[in-house]
Design a protein. Structure first.
Length: 326
């Protein structure tokens, strides 16, 4: 690791922290809107506004030419993974507290560490693998397998939605690392926003009239398939904020995983955990139950351990390699 790599890692950490702050605000706003608007309408508005801001970033990073790619199929797959990650998580938000959904989602950095072995060829030792296993124990505790559906107040499927979101998010970030070698962060963001627009328009054409749900449908299904409505005047600013956040999230996370390895960047995503608890308490008056706190502790502890092991490995490499002459 040389000075340039160290500086790139520092910049990547800054980008991921900015992206996670934007995500926490995004999740809070979407949960706030989930009782009155369909998810695909929110996604469409968010992507439409976000792509306008991303186009400005494209001009700053090199102009229209940076949108050209010879890997269109991989960008489409990455975009679809992001759509699945977002929509499964947002559907969970309609039925469970923000902190609960976020805590379950934060198995994503552990997925990233685990999947970086076969996908990126990164080396992960037995200690880090053990830490990953501990984190998954935390997920199991948060799933409360000993409780029945009545005690949980939601179906088991809803509790699995954030975990599915975490897995697809992890795959997306590892693809970002590979695609980012040849693509700018703003271009990566454009491809994602474009995929959101196409998918949400497809939902509108199929289910935009709300014919597939009624008042007796589960909250998550109502959120997914209810009828499109014109936003109330007070909510227009919320939709605008979601669009700006979409551009920030797409750019910052793409840039973070483009310029640094996944194991360095991923642990800093845990900043989202206290932010979710904060928004849940301040905006919705929710506090996690004890199982969620235990799960948060296990996932957070395992994630930080993985990060510390990675930093120790980087320092050893720095000491054993000769300094490059300048």
């Amino acid at each position: 690791m040389n000075a340039d790599a160290h500086n790139r890692s520092g910049a990547a950490i800054g980008f991921v922290l900015a992206g996670i702050l934007a995500i926490s605000i995004n999740d809070m706003l979407i949960k706030k809107l989930s009782g009155g608007y369909p998810l695909h309408e929110i996604v469409f508005a968010r992507a439409f506004i976000g792509i306008l801001f991303s186009l400005v970033l494209v001009q700053l990073e090199g102009g229209w030419r940076i949108l050209k790619t010879t890997q269109a199929h991989w960008h489409i797959l990455r975009g679809l993974l992001v759509v699945v990650a977002n929509m499964t998580f947002f559907l969970a938000l309609a039925a469970i507290p923000l902190a609960d959904a976020t805590a379950l989602f934060f198995v994503a950095p552990l997925f990233i560490t685990l999947l970086s072995i076969p996908i990126l060829g990164e080396k992960v030792g037995i200690m880090r693998l053990t830490a990953v296993a501990v984190g998954f124990v935390g997920v199991i505790i948060m799933q409360r397998p000993w409780a029945d559906t009545q005690a949980l107040q939601v179906s088991r499927l809803v509790l699995l939605l954030p975990v599915i979101s975490a897995l697809t998010y992890a795959l997306n970030q590892l693809m970002t690392r590979r695609l980012g070698v040849h693509s700018k962060a703003s271009a990566l963001s454009i491809y994602i926003q474009g995929t959101f627009l196409i998918v949400s328009l497809g939902f509108f054409l199929i289910a935009g009239d709300g014919r597939f749900v009624d008042a007796t449908s589960p909250p998550s299904m109502q959120f997914l398939l209810r009828e499109w409505v014109w936003p109330a005047q007070d909510d227009l600013w919320v939709f605008l904020g979601l669009g700006v956040n979409a551009a920030i999230i797409g750019y910052c996370l793409s840039q973070a995983y483009r310029i640094a390895d996944a194991a360095t960047v991923a642990p800093f995503e845990y900043v989202g955990l206290p932010l979710a608890v904060f928004w849940g308490l301040v905006i919705f008056g929710d506090l996690p139950v004890w199982e969620i706190w235990v799960g948060i502790a296990l996932i957070l502890g395992s994630g930080l351990f993985v990060f510390l092991r990675e930093r120790q490995k980087a320092r050893r490499l720095l000491k054993t390699r000769p300094l490059r002459s300048v």
